[in-house]
Write a protein that binds this ligand. Structure first.
Ligand code: NAD
Length: 366
């Protein structure tokens, strides 16, 4: 049997090693036997403000998968807030379990009390597996929650704001590549026509782009194609397609070696999180192929901007005005990438880290 000291030296460092690798501030395990709640809150960095990130509920295969996911996602939120000029840090929560089976009012309120115990260091919002209704239950126990329905003073569905940011990021890329930011006549493939994708399609179609759409949902394809007069293509044909712009708005990791090798487009700009299957390898590959990649965490930040606006008094015009800055920041990132001969994702990471470091220095002076 291990002694306490042996456990500390042999086992604890595994998690602490994971935390120190990317300098996470805090990880909180929440357990409640009566409701069956098992949740993990990861707070990555609060230099710029309290850590904000949604609560994802998912039936993880094991606890390690849940830990890995919450760590990865919370770090991503730090970068997204920093690059968006928002005074928030990065955090995220995951709840282990099937959202269709064990979620109810008592369950979400118990989770809300755990959030309350963190005294505002963590602010939650909805994510995959949680809804605005769940946020209302959490709100019964804590004020540290955003993403509430419009009728109770929240910002409602953030997807139109996200789509607006993606559209502007795409336009900034078009300006660089085609010399004009007009998307009229440009062949754009939108993969995934859910809440964000369909809103993006509406903007593109209005501007006169030749929009092609692909999705696993046949009914949605028929409806969107009819409404915006666009062409439906097979998912298997996306990367062989004659297109100017590829907009991934479904799942992440579609930018892998196989797909990039086939691609003949000039720009990639979409809403999906973590589009690069391997950031370093595939970011470099796109640079070498001369495909301009708009970093996902920069141009899809409209959702975060929307919930941030909720914290300061929600008005959709304010959220949209803030999201408008995505155009200029994308232009800056492109310039930095060209000047330093580095992939755009790296230019964006460096800019985000630069902002955190400069504000961090200011904090140290107090
Ligand atoms: P959604 O669930 O409304 O839409 C996703 C769409 O993708 C659906 O139409 C679905 O049928 C389709 N899809 C699922 N699997 C697919 C597959 N294998 N191939 C092709 N299509 C597939 O989600 P959403 O809110 O529109 O978000 C889209 C993406 O943008 C997600 O990756 C999400 O994480 C990211 N994102 C969304 C927001 C937001 O404000 N909603 C903010 C930031 C990032």
């Amino acid at each position: 049997m291990n002694t306490v000291n042996e456990i500390q030296t042999e086992e604890s460092p595994v998690l602490f090693h994971q935390l120190s690798e990317h300098d996470y501030e805090q990880i909180v395990f929440c357990q409640d036997k009566s409701t069956g709640l098992k949740a993990i809150i990861a707070i990555h960095n609060t230099t710029l403000g309290p850590g904000l990130g949604g609560t994802r509920m998912y039936n993880y295969k094991n606890e390690q998968d849940a830990i890995t996911d919450v760590l990865r996602l919370s770090r991503g939120m730090t970068y997204k807030a920093a690059i968006s000029g928002i005074n928030l840090g990065g955090a995220k929560a995951v709840i282990i379990g099937d959202p269709n089976k064990i979620k109810n009012e008592a369950f979400m309120r118990r989770f809300g009390r755990f959030i309350e115990n963190l005294s505002g260091k963590y602010i939650t919002a909805e994510d995959i597996g949680t809804t605005t209704r769940d946020m209302e239950y959490i709100k019964m126990e804590t004020d540290h929650v955003t993403g509430l329905p419009e009728i109770v003073g929240g910002g409602g569905d953030p997807s139109p704001v996200t789509a607006y940011g993606v559209y502007l990021g795409m336009k900034a890329c078009a300006k660089e590549v085609f010399g004009s930011d007009s998307l009229s006549g440009k062949k754009v493939v939108v993969e995934g026509i859910g809440k964000v994708g369909s809103s993006l399609v509406a903007r593109l179609a209005k501007e006169g782009a030749k929009v092609m759409i692909a999705d696993v949902n046949e009914d949605a394809l028929i409806a969107v194609a009819k409404e915006h007069n666009c062409q439906v293509i097979q998912l298997t044909e996306i990367f062989n397609q004659d297109m100017d712009i590829y907009a991934p708005c479904a799942l992440g990791a579609s930018l892998n070696t196989e797909n990039i090798s086939k691609m003949g487009c000039s720009i990639i700009a979409g809403a999906a999180n973590n589009q690069l299957a391997n950031e370093k390898e595939h970011g470099q590959m796109l640079l070498e192929k001369g495909i301009l990649y708009a970093p996902d965490f920069l141009i899809n930040a409209g959702g975060l901007i929307n919930v941030y606006t909720e914290l300061i008094g929600y008005k959709r015009e304010i959220a949209l005005a803030h999201a408008e800055k995505i155009y200029d920041v994308t232009t800056e990132i492109i310039a930095k990438s060209k000047k330093e001969q580095i992939p755009t994702y790296l230019a964006a990471n460096k800019m985000a880290e630069g902002r955190i470091a400069s504000i961090g220095k200011i904090h140290l002076n107090y």
